[in-house]
Design a protein around this ligand. Structure first.
Ligand SMILES: *Cc1c(COP(=O)(O)O)cnc(C)c1O
Length: 420
């Protein structure tokens, strides 16, 4: 049986333990929702205040040049590239995940139409995050493609002569299950299809190597594991073999080869820059830079490999403690036990009361979230940058008490809120 002192010993040996100091975490909170909204980097409030006061207030429009605003999407893109196995100049931070998916799926459909006009199907996963499916549904309808939604092993076997694009999210938002990016990309390419990976739950959470996997397109989220703040800019990567082919459909002036020539016709910039549309939100970009700095601070300590090692140790510990200490309370495990198939979260299932249990935990300062389904899911994200092994112990103790004392049955924990 694991004990509290064992968890404390793991913290004492943790080479990443100092990174927790980079964050402002409220007293008494165990934050297990960094997979939905990363916490506040300690440096962010002053940095943002300085950007407002000096760069905006004093520099005014000059700051587009003097404060490096104009190149910020590329500069942040280069930082993100180091986390996902892309090269400098291949990534930009911009817009939202949904919008970036629209751009890359549209470009992929144009490439498929030019190279293989008989291919009319986009394959994705039924349990993919809904916005990805909605964007694909809309684009397929507009461009005359068929969206085929499948689950599990069916995906691999469906890839055929008519598949134009395979579009998947690397780590599933509900279950934390992770696809084998390299193997699926290889299978899709062998079938003649292009592959788009959504890294919303992978970038900054697990090791990703887009070039080793030979992926075609990738997008990802800035406000989850990248700690960029609510609604932070997302990112987009396109393999250099595709980046100069076709305009993306949002052909705005920031994607123009010479935006300040103000010509009446559109000439796309070379490479990833054409995936920019219009003027980018500088204050949000500056907040995202503070978030990325927390991940880059892990580099001298082993970078993503060290973060991944600790993430797996945290999720292993959580699973083990739940099984040791919460046995007999009807909890199931939706997340794969096998490391190669697991992202950085653990999802528990329960037939009844999942929503109320999450609410009762939140009231105790243990913040996870709830996802409806069959069965319902209690979702816990584990971010190795700031979580301690001791936090995992206490989170499970709170869960045990909520269950053993039937605290979740109280009416105040059974009222629905708008955002779950
Ligand atoms: C979080 C998430 C998104 C978010 O999209 P927004 O455009 O930021 O709302 C998209 N896709 C996946 C898979 C996600 O997990």
């Amino acid at each position: 049986m694991t004990r509290l002192q064992d968890c404390r010993a793991l913290d004492a040996q943790d080479p990443l333990r100092a990174l927790r100091d980079l964050f402002t975490l409220p007293e008494g909170v165990i934050y297990l929702d960094g997979n939905s909204l990363g916490p506040l980097p300690k440096a962010a409030p002053d940095r943002i205040a300085r950007a407002v006061r000096e760069e905006w207030g004093e520099g005014l429009i000059r700051s587009w040049n003097t404060a490096g605003w104009f190149e910020l999407p590329q500069r942040l893109g280069d930082q993100i590239a180091t986390l996902v196995g892309a090269r400098p100049g291949e990534v930009v931070a911009t817009d939202s995940t949904s919008i970036n998916l629209f751009k890359v799926l549209s470009a992929a459909l144009s490439i498929a139409r030019a190279d293989a006009p008989a291919r009319r199907t986009v394959v994705s996963e039924r349990s993919n995050f809904p916005t990805d499916l909605y964007i694909a549904e809309g684009l397929c309808r507009e461009r005359g493609f068929t969206l085929q939604l499948l689950e599990g092993e069916q995906i691999r076997s469906a890839l055929a002569d008519d598949t134009a694009v395979l579009m998947l999210t690397h780590v599933n938002y509900r279950t934390g299950a992770m696809h084998d990016m390299r193997a699926l990309t290889r299978t899709a390419h062998a079938a003649g299809a292009l592959v788009i990976w959504d890294l919303a739950h992978s970038a900054g959470a697990v090791e990703v190597d887009l070039h080793a996997a030979d992926a075609d397109f990738a997008i990802g989220c800035g406000y989850k594991y990248l700690n960029g703040g609510p609604g932070a800019p997302a990112f987009v990567w396109v393999h250099p073999r595709h980046a100069d082919r076709f305009w993306q459909p949002l052909s705005g002036w920031w994607g123009h080869a010479t935006p300040f020539a103000f010509t009446p016709d559109y000439q796309p910039a070379p490479g990833i820059q054409r995936y920019l549309c219009g003027t980018q939100p500088m204050l949000s970009m500056i907040a995202l830079e503070c978030g990325l700095a927390t991940l880059l601070a892990a580099r001298p300590l082993g970078g993503m490999a060290a973060l991944r090692r600790k993430s797996l140790a945290l999720t292993d510990l959580f699973i083990q403690l739940v099984e040791e200490r919460c046995e007999g309370y009807g909890l199931g495990l939706a997340t794969p036990r096998e490391h190669a198939l697991r992202g950085s979260q653990v999802c528990l299932t329960r037939e009844v009361g999942a929503y109320a249990i999450v609410q009762a935990l939140v009231a105790r300062g243990v913040i996870g979230d709830f996802r409806a389904g069959r069965p319902d899911i209690l979702r816990f994200g584990f971010t190795p940058l700031y979580l301690r092994f001791e936090d995992v112990w206490h989170a499970v103790e709170h869960l045990r008490e909520v269950l053993s004392e039937e605290e979740w049955q109280r009416p105040e924990f059974n009222r629905q809120h708008a955002v779950t």
